[in-house]
Structures are given as structure tokens and as C-alpha cells.
Design a protein around this ligand. Structure first.
Ligand code: URA
Length: 204
């Protein structure tokens, strides 16, 4: 199966999808990444959480959200009453984009071109998992899902609808919380993040 050469080929399982992502050469990001990081979670999850791209730890582990952003996401999901094992967690871009600073690999935000090239994988994930609600974590995920450049402040807190009718909720990326230095501001931002997750979980 070479879905990369022919993106119209059907992918009928998450395992097949992960294999196709691993072979993806649709943009140059595969060259410097250790591996593609597929989504993770039950095939019929109610919620799909979409991040930006794997970070350093995820690139090495081959699993999404296992580093510092993953820890804060796990805590927030718990506080929002969502079990992570019942959510499907993935990224808009499947390879880690970075630049070297000495021996460190520093995250670089994916370009609109890279987001667009990677979008077929997120679409296939949505077709397979069929979540009731998708939660976009940050601008890259929101851009991939809506096809538009968006501001989180304008979209957060209100349910939107994707073209196929799936509910979409937009909130901040958990790594934005990690960057806030002031403890009170950080706490307030965290509470807001948990409230966003909770409203996605309880919306009918
Ligand atoms: N940030 C993301 O957007 N995704 C991950 O998997 C990890 C960090």
C-alpha cells in the first residue's frame, strides 16, 4: 500500500495509518526527525485532542504528549474529568520540526505548507475514530482543522462545527501554560484551560 503516492487509497485501520505516516515523504520534515509520531488512543474515542507536532521527547518515544506539555495536559484532562486513555491524542503534524542549538534540538513551529501537507493524516484519523468532538490545542491544530489562520482568543469557549458536522473546540496549547512565569497568571491560565476541556466534554 502506498497511500503517500496515492492519498485516495483507503486506510482501514489505525495500524495501517501509522505505517503510511511512517513512510510519508510529503514534506521535508521526515529528514531530521527520528520517526513519525502517530496518534494514540482507542479507535472509537469520544474525544480527539489535536496538538501541534511531536516535541523532542515524543520524537524519541514515538508517542504523542509524553514530555512536559503532556504532563500538564494529563493533569488538566484529569481535572476536567476526561480519562486520557479514553481520548484519542494526536498532532496536526506528525514529524518533529526543530533546529539545532549546540546539542539541543529546539522546537520550530511548522509552516502552513507543512500543516497542509500533513493534513491528510489527521483527516484519515478523524474518518477512522469518528470522535463526537475534536479539541484543537493551539493555533497549528486550529489551522489544520479549519483551514484558516485563527486566533485562539476569538475561537475559544464556543463550539464550532467542522465541515462534516463534528464539534470543534479550540483552546490554548498546553506548552503556552509552561511558558507563563508569574504563578498567579499561570494558575489562572491553567484554570481556563481546564474549563475549556470541561466544556468540550460536557457539550451536547
Ligand atoms: N506538543 C505537541 O503539540 N504535541 C506533542 O505530542 C507534544 C508536545
Amino acid at each position: 500500500m502506498n497511500i503517500d503516492a496515492n492519498p485516495n487509497l483507503p486506510v482501514t485501520s489505525l495500524r495501517q495509518l501509522a505505517e503510511a505516516e511512517a513512510a510519508c515523504r510529503r514534506c521535508p520534515l521526515y529528514r531530521d526527525a527520528t520517526q513519525a509520531v502517530p496518534g494514540e488512543g482507542p479507535k472509537r474515542a469520544t474525544f480527539m485532542l489535536v496538538g501541534e507536532q511531536p516535541g523532542d521527547k515524543e520524537d524519541l518515544a514515538g508517542k504523542p504528549f509524553v514530555g512536559p506539555a503532556g504532563r500538564i495536559l494529563d493533569q488538566a484532562l484529569h481535572d476536567a474529568g476526561i480519562a486520557r486513555r479514553e481520548a484519542y491524542v494526536t498532532n496536526a503534524v506528525k514529524h518533529f520540526k526543530h533546529e539545532m542549538r549546540g546539542k539541543r534540538r529546539l522546537h520550530k513551529r511548522p509552516s502552513n505548507y507543512e500543516i497542509e501537507r500533513c493534513k491528510i493524516w489527521l483527516e484519515r484519523e478523524r474518518e477512522l475514530v469518528k470522535p463526537a468532538a475534536v479539541i484543537a490545542l493551539g493555533v497549528t491544530a486550529a489551522r489544520s482543522l479549519t483551514g484558516k489562520t485563527v486566533t485562539i482568543g476569538k475561537l475559544r469557549g464556543k463550539p464550532l462545527a467542522l465541515a462534516d458536522g463534528t464539534r470543534l473546540f479550540v483552546t490554548v496549547h498546553p506548552s503556552a501554560l509552561l511558558r507563563i512565569e508569574d504563578a498567579a497568571d499561570k494558575h489562572a491560565a491553567y484554570r481556563q484551560f481546564v474549563a475549556d476541556l470541561k466544556s468540550a466534554a460536557t457539550a451536547r
